[in-house]
Design a protein around this ligand. Structure first.
Ligand code: SF4
Length: 116
Protein backbone atom coordinates (compact mmCIF):
# COMPACT_ATOMS: atom_id res chain seq x y z
CA UNK A 1 0.00 0.00 0.00
CA UNK A 2 2.82 2.38 0.88
CA UNK A 3 4.56 1.45 -2.35
CA UNK A 4 1.40 2.22 -4.34
CA UNK A 5 0.96 5.58 -2.59
CA UNK A 6 4.59 6.48 -3.24
CA UNK A 7 4.33 5.46 -6.87
CA UNK A 8 1.27 7.68 -7.29
CA UNK A 9 3.14 10.53 -5.62
CA UNK A 10 6.12 10.05 -7.94
CA UNK A 11 3.81 9.90 -10.95
CA UNK A 12 2.08 13.13 -9.96
CA UNK A 13 5.44 14.82 -9.38
CA UNK A 14 6.57 13.66 -12.82
CA UNK A 15 3.39 15.07 -14.38
CA UNK A 16 4.00 18.39 -12.67
CA UNK A 17 7.63 18.53 -13.74
CA UNK A 18 6.65 17.73 -17.33
CA UNK A 19 3.96 20.38 -17.37
CA UNK A 20 6.25 22.94 -15.76
CA UNK A 21 9.08 22.27 -18.16
CA UNK A 22 6.67 22.52 -21.10
CA UNK A 23 5.55 25.87 -19.76
CA UNK A 24 9.10 27.04 -19.24
CA UNK A 25 10.16 25.91 -22.69
CA UNK A 26 7.70 28.29 -24.28
CA UNK A 27 8.77 31.87 -24.30
CA UNK A 28 6.75 34.51 -22.57
CA UNK A 29 5.02 36.28 -25.42
CA UNK A 30 3.95 39.24 -23.39
CA UNK A 31 0.73 37.77 -22.04
CA UNK A 32 -2.27 40.00 -21.85
CA UNK A 33 -4.95 37.32 -21.96
CA UNK A 34 -7.60 36.81 -19.32
CA UNK A 35 -9.27 33.67 -18.03
CA UNK A 36 -11.91 33.21 -15.37
CA UNK A 37 -11.24 29.99 -13.51
CA UNK A 38 -13.82 28.43 -11.20
CA UNK A 39 -13.47 25.37 -9.04
CA UNK A 40 -16.81 23.80 -8.12
CA UNK A 41 -16.17 23.01 -4.47
CA UNK A 42 -18.98 20.45 -4.51
CA UNK A 43 -17.34 18.51 -7.31
CA UNK A 44 -13.76 18.85 -6.04
CA UNK A 45 -12.62 15.73 -4.19
CA UNK A 46 -9.14 17.04 -3.39
CA UNK A 47 -7.38 14.69 -5.77
CA UNK A 48 -4.72 17.41 -6.28
CA UNK A 49 -3.88 16.54 -9.87
CA UNK A 50 -4.67 20.13 -10.90
CA UNK A 51 -2.10 21.28 -8.37
CA UNK A 52 0.50 18.81 -9.60
CA UNK A 53 0.02 19.76 -13.24
CA UNK A 54 -0.51 23.51 -12.76
CA UNK A 55 0.83 24.35 -9.31
CA UNK A 56 1.20 28.02 -10.18
CA UNK A 57 -2.56 28.27 -10.52
CA UNK A 58 -4.12 25.71 -8.17
CA UNK A 59 -3.48 24.85 -4.52
CA UNK A 60 -5.46 22.94 -1.93
CA UNK A 61 -6.94 24.95 0.92
CA UNK A 62 -7.46 23.81 4.52
CA UNK A 63 -10.70 22.10 3.50
CA UNK A 64 -8.80 19.96 0.97
CA UNK A 65 -10.39 21.75 -1.98
CA UNK A 66 -8.57 23.44 -4.84
CA UNK A 67 -8.53 27.21 -5.04
CA UNK A 68 -7.31 29.43 -7.83
CA UNK A 69 -3.86 30.90 -7.22
CA UNK A 70 -2.23 34.05 -8.53
CA UNK A 71 1.37 34.95 -7.70
CA UNK A 72 1.43 32.33 -4.95
CA UNK A 73 -1.69 33.64 -3.21
CA UNK A 74 -4.94 31.73 -2.97
CA UNK A 75 -7.79 33.71 -4.49
CA UNK A 76 -10.79 31.54 -3.73
CA UNK A 77 -12.87 29.15 -5.78
CA UNK A 78 -13.44 31.63 -8.59
CA UNK A 79 -11.01 34.21 -9.84
CA UNK A 80 -10.17 36.05 -13.02
CA UNK A 81 -6.52 35.70 -13.96
CA UNK A 82 -5.16 38.40 -16.23
CA UNK A 83 -2.03 39.08 -18.26
CA UNK A 84 -1.61 35.38 -19.04
CA UNK A 85 0.74 34.03 -21.68
CA UNK A 86 -0.34 31.32 -24.11
CA UNK A 87 1.88 28.87 -22.20
CA UNK A 88 0.19 29.75 -18.92
CA UNK A 89 -3.25 29.33 -20.48
CA UNK A 90 -2.23 25.94 -21.81
CA UNK A 91 -0.94 24.97 -18.35
CA UNK A 92 -4.22 26.04 -16.70
CA UNK A 93 -6.19 24.03 -19.27
CA UNK A 94 -3.94 21.01 -18.67
CA UNK A 95 -4.60 21.35 -14.94
CA UNK A 96 -8.34 21.51 -15.54
CA UNK A 97 -8.24 18.52 -17.89
CA UNK A 98 -6.37 16.49 -15.26
CA UNK A 99 -9.26 16.83 -12.81
CA UNK A 100 -10.99 13.46 -12.44
CA UNK A 101 -14.35 15.04 -11.58
CA UNK A 102 -14.23 17.92 -14.10
CA UNK A 103 -14.55 20.36 -11.21
CA UNK A 104 -12.66 23.16 -12.95
CA UNK A 105 -14.49 25.50 -15.31
CA UNK A 106 -12.61 27.88 -17.59
CA UNK A 107 -14.05 30.87 -19.44
CA UNK A 108 -12.29 33.39 -21.64
CA UNK A 109 -12.73 37.15 -21.39
CA UNK A 110 -15.76 37.02 -23.71
CA UNK A 111 -17.51 34.50 -21.49
CA UNK A 112 -16.90 31.55 -23.81
CA UNK A 113 -16.53 28.31 -21.88
CA UNK A 114 -13.19 26.78 -22.84
CA UNK A 115 -13.43 23.75 -20.55
CA UNK A 116 -15.06 21.38 -19.89
S1 SF4 B 1 -8.01 17.93 -9.65
FE1 SF4 B 1 -10.20 18.40 -9.41
S2 SF4 B 1 -10.81 17.19 -7.65
FE2 SF4 B 1 -8.60 17.29 -7.62
S3 SF4 B 1 -8.13 19.07 -6.31
FE3 SF4 B 1 -8.16 19.78 -8.41
S4 SF4 B 1 -10.25 20.51 -8.69
FE4 SF4 B 1 -10.27 19.22 -6.90
Amino acid sequence: MIVCAWSLFEFLQFMRMSATSDTQKKTNNGGGKTLTVRVDENLCIGAASCMVVAGDFFLLNDDGKAEVVENGKMKGYEYTLSNLTDAQIENILQGAKSCPTKAIFIHDEKGNQLYP
